[in-house]
Design a binder for this molecule. Sequence first.
Ligand SMILES: [Ca+2]
Ligand SMILES: [Ca+2]
Ligand SMILES: [Ca+2]
Length: 558
Amino acid sequence: MVKNMAAGLALALVAGFAQATTPPEFVGTDAPFASNAIYFVMTDRFVNGDPSNDQRDQGGAHPTFDIPVPGAPKGQSANIGYLGGDFKGVLDNAGYIRGMGFGAVWITPIVDNPNEAFTGGDPVSWGSKFTDRGKTGFHGYWGVNFYKLDEHLPSKGLDFAQFTAAMHKDGLKVVQDIVANHGSPAFTMPKAQPMFGHIYDKAGKLVADEQNLPPYRLDPVRNPLHRFYHAYDDLVQLSNNDDQNPAVLDYFVGAYLQWADQGADAFRIDTISHMSTTFWKQFAARIRARHPGFFMFGEAFDYSPDNIGQYTWPQNGGISVLDFPLRGRIADVFEHPGSDYAKLLDRLYLTNGPYANPYELVTFYDNHDMARLDASDNGFIDANNWLFTARGIPAIYYGSETGFERGKAEHQGNRNYYGQQRVDAASNSPIYQHLKRIASLREKTPALQRGLMVPLRFAGNQAAFYRVYQKGDVHQIALVLLNKGDATAQFDVSDYLQAGRWTSAFSGAAINVSEGGSLNADVAAHDVQVYLLDAVAKRADLVAELTRLMDERGHPER
Ligand SMILES: [Ca+2]
Ligand SMILES: [Ca+2]
Ligand SMILES: [Ca+2]
């Protein structure tokens, strides 16, 4: 009897010991890439680091350099020619980007684009949409040879592999923007132009040619050069790659493996919804067979979570997406003072939502394909304070750190040249100063990068939530308090509040919270405060809520 009791006691001790040393895991995502915030540059429009690759005389009768958009109002401008930005311009500013608190740079497509301005399509005018006549491939999205670098980007001693190696040395990952749905504009030219509508293989051999024919006139059955394309159109005059053709899949897997082998760390996939999930599943599997865990996120330009969630599911390739549904609400909230933070809450989908994992979505407020955020400096500051503390991986479009060309759409200045002078002056901008502060905090705070999110209060100008990351040696509870109002806000938090010594992430000041106590804090106008408790979650209702969030994180069928 005594012996049995001793055995029972020993078992209880073992169980107690195991419980004490291995607390449950509370993790939004473990994808290593989610630790990085992303700075997105349109390479040609960031900084011209090497004038010798500008190709200023390119194009003959259809020159490609510096083509202003006609019809600009006085004092404004936009441009559809190349303006000189290149790998060297990005690398020269790696310290600037890293210093702001970013861990990755997303660059526009690097592959060879046509060497003339396009003569078909509809003419580009001030503010026009879906117009390409007179435009060049400065943006990179008009691929012709997906195995070859465009001549505007590299410098001597700085090809893509050398670029990624140098960026890595400076602490930055490289997100490569990839396209598989389409090539270049392929029809409606008054006279067929070289390269447009063509696709070349690694050896430089022509493998596809639209021959300036309208898609319905293509003959994929008899003409091998038409087989790459669907015989129907998709996006404006762009060739429409046939996602059912195994040769198309092989071509793009081969091309993008080549660039991954040369050091790309992640892919942003253009126009993902214009190809089948069958294609993407095979594509992702073949990339990850050689590069396990390779992070990818797609652009499905669609504000319906029902439509875009499917790409994230494992059966469709497990590719994350840009968070368009949340982006719509972010613009609503931060472009309009007096708006309600509650608008953001129902686009987070923290449990049983449409996404395999909402913590892996790439969050943003604007990009090159829509009007830039039309907000005041305070609106940008508030938007950044939100993006860098809420769930997801923040992506900031170049120039947003100074409110560059705010409110402007494509062909109105959205993609204008930023340049070294603006980079050098950026630290004078209050947007930059606040962005650097919150991005640098996210960079050193695992809970803000990858922790579960526990909403507390989203109302009017105030939002309060926890982020909790608990795994292995890391156990961190962050309390985020956001105020987008014009006056100081007082927060009094007691829900799920664990007792202990909390510290202000910015000032380091300590606040002791007793059992059942509350945390009172003032947050200045258009500001954020973050309080950290480096402790295992042990308050019972907090643990219960974190367990529920963990169990129900993401799509129920994932
Ligand atoms: Ca250049
Ligand atoms: Ca070219
Ligand atoms: Ca398509």
